[in-house]
Design a protein around this ligand. Structure first.
Ligand code: ADP
Ligand code: MG
Length: 261
């Protein structure tokens, strides 16, 4: 499962202890109807920190990160993003959406827009950037994710790995402070996983604050400052990749590791 990435050496930690935390979850609870999907979730992510979240299917990983940019709402507890508490305040929501980029398992590109237009849409309409500047910025990020030659194509003409790199470039065009990734490689064929992981390793090297839901242990060991293991809506263990993967404390984590290794 984790063989796809060649460890390019240790990526130096970019954790900033001088800055306030980028993300705070304080006793967060969420229900879908009667289903209790987040149970007293506490988590602090420092500015510049890279956190990998793993856990069995249905354990609440997607719901947790979707609550961070308010694609879902929590019912109890507090979530702060860059010091702003998530609430129904529309202005606060707008500020947070601009600061937080998200990449999904299924890419979610606009199929009727070219790669370039996918990347310039939000900068033009949300950031009010002149079209020419937005295009320059988009080309810069498409170059960073190594697909500038695909700019004029449509998503359907690209491989899955290329589409996911467009999704990453598109998110970066909004100049987010925080990037959330929800299983970005799990819909990809094995030969395309590496190119997407390499892009994320590159991003980690820029000091970006990142939360990445993934079971790619090679990636986690290369870039994660901490790994969070969730099960049944709870944060069960948190530690360095070595602590979590080599020295699990709970039976739940031991069982999970035995299933994915
Ligand atoms: P994971 O990402 O760890 O697989 P999810 O956060 O997607 O877990 O789901 C957690 C639980 O919440 C699961 O039981 C799932 O079926 C349920 N769930 C997720 N989204 C919804 C929704 N929109 N409505 C109802 N239940 C949901
Ligand atoms: Mg999920």
């Amino acid at each position: 499962m984790s063989a796809a990435i060649e460890t390019p050496g240790f990526i130096a930690s970019a954790v900033r202890t001088d800055a306030p935390p980028a993300i705070v979850l304080d006793k967060v609870n969420k229900w879908f109807g009667a289903l209790h999907v987040l149970r007293d979730v506490d988590l602090q992510v420092a500015a510049g920190e890279r956190v990998v979240v793993c856990g069995p299917s249905g354990s609440g990983k997607s719901t947790m990160i979707r609550c961070i940019n308010r694609l879902e709402t929590h019912q109890e507890g507090h979530i702060l993003v860059d010091g702003i508490e998530l609430s129904d305040d529309v202005r606060a929501l707008g500020a947070i959406r601009r600061e937080v980029g998200m990449v999904f398992q299924s890419f979610n590109l606009f199929p009727h827009l070219s790669v370039l237009e996918n990347c310039t849409l939000a900068p033009i309409w949300v950031r009010k950037m002149p079209k020419k500047d937005a295009e320059e910025l988009a080309m810069e990020y498409l170059t960073r994710v190594k697909i500038p030659e695909q700019a004029k194509k449509y998503p359907g003409q690209l491989s899955g790995g290329q589409q996911q790199r467009v999704a990453i470039a598109r998110a970066l065009c909004m100049k987010p402070k925080i990037m959330l990734f929800d299983e970005p490689t799990s819909a990809l064929d094995p030969e395309m996983i590496k190119e997407v992981l390499d892009t994320m390793v590159m991003l980690a090297g820029t000091g970006m604050t990142m939360i990445v839901v993934t079971h790619e242990m090679g990636f986690a060991r290369t870039v994660a400052d901490r790994v969070v293991f969730m099960d049944r809506g709870e944060v069960v263990e948190v530690g360095t990749p070595t602590q979590v993967f080599n020295d699990p404390k709970t039976d739940r984590l031991k069982l999970f590791l035995s299933q994915i290794l």
